[in-house]
Write a protein that binds this ligand. Structure first.
Ligand code: PMV
Length: 321
């Protein structure tokens, strides 16, 4: 918990604002080793989405309130409880009442990491609003308590998130990977922007409990993380694409082996995945990845931009660097 001493309170300013990008994992995390501390079982690695993400505004209020995309969220709702329970866990009860307002330019909770950018942006805004002076590692760890992938949204570019033991305590915070890859592009193919029926936390617990593939996934995910990291640091696009795609489908296979199966991929998603395989057969290097939702994300290089335009005219294109 953060120590909110008197000095901190003096630092309160009228309003503070912060923007954090959303991120897409190339080496995915699926499974928690510690629920209360929200520590993943396996390392993960992501790419931040540059201008796509969430802006958080914090100001003092008479009563706690949460606004998402200008809409006031009822106190009883799951999301309100999630945000203010996280704030209680990290800041305790000796804090001023807060008005938190987030505005995202990505669909909420459709496997597009909107909660990641929201928890990260709220953390950064709280840090300056309350004058906490937390370093980025600590901000990342604080964001993780809200949503583990939010730990990665503190940074832009490639980011790793590795559980580790420090002074006999397990912890986890993200670290940026110092690689700039100008030619890299991502495209989001929106299948459905409805909220997912099963949250990732529920999905992870349920997969861990019932999928006979879960143990193998853990072993695979650790090795795959290292391989993807090497592909990135050596800027080997083919390897990065192939490994990321394999990582995503191994995660989905593990979910599919849960009993009853946990299915995030929809028929439209599958059609896009098969279209990507066809495009590759024609000699264009395009790879896909998919998270806890039906939307498909493509990885390609700037030289293939026309191919993407022709096959996916409605795709949202992201230039991460
Ligand atoms: O951080 P959460 O609880 O939103 O879970 C993220 C899970 C995946 O998006 C599927 C993978 C990842 O590492 O981002």
């Amino acid at each position: 918990m953060v120590n909110l001493n008197k000095q901190n309170h003096h630092a309160i300013i009228e309003q503070s604002k912060a923007f954090c990008p959303s991120n897409i994992a190339l080496a995915k995390y699926w499974g928690k080793q510690h629920i209360e501390l929200n520590i993943p079982t396996n390392p993960s690695l992501s790419i931040s989405l540059n201008q796509l993400g969430t802006e958080a505004k914090i100001s003092q209020a008479e009563n706690d309130q949460l606004l998402i995309n200008s809409k006031k969220i009822p106190q009883k709702s799951v999301i309100y409880q999630r945000v203010f329970n996280w704030i209680r866990k990290t800041l305790g009860n000796q804090r001023p009442k807060l008005s938190i307002s987030t505005t995202s330019n990505i669909p909420i909770a459709a496997g597009l990491a909107s909660s990641a950018s929201a928890f990260a942006a709220i953390t950064v805004a709280l840090n300056s609003f309350l004058g906490l002076n937390l370093d980025l590692k600590y901000q990342s760890a604080m964001a993780r308590l809200g949503s583990a992938s939010a730990a990665r949204s503190i940074y832009s570019g490639f980011v790793s998130l590795v559980p580790q033991t420090i002074n006999k305590q397990t912890t986890c915070f993200a670290e940026p990977i110092d690689i700039v890859w100008k030619e890299l592009r991502l495209a989001i193919i929106l299948v459905n922007d409805k909220q997912k029926a099963i949250s990732s936390t529920q999905g992870m617990q349920y997969t861990k409990k019932t999928s006979p593939l879960f143990k193998s996934w853990q072993t695979f995910a650790k090795a795959s993380f290292k391989q993807i990291l090497t592909a990135i640091t050596t800027k080997n696009f083919t390897q990065m694409g192939e490994l990321s795609e394999h990582n995503a489908f191994t995660m989905h296979a593990t979910m599919l082996a849960a009993n009853p199966p946990l299915i995030y991929i929809q028929p439209e998603s599958l059609a896009i995945i098969q279209q990507v395989q066809q495009i590759r057969k024609l000699g264009n290097e395009v790879y896909c990845t998919i998270d806890a939702g039906p939307n498909v994300k493509l990885l390609y290089q700037a030289k293939d931009k026309n191919t993407i335009k022709i096959h996916f005219p409605k795709a949202q294109i992201i230039q991460p660097f």
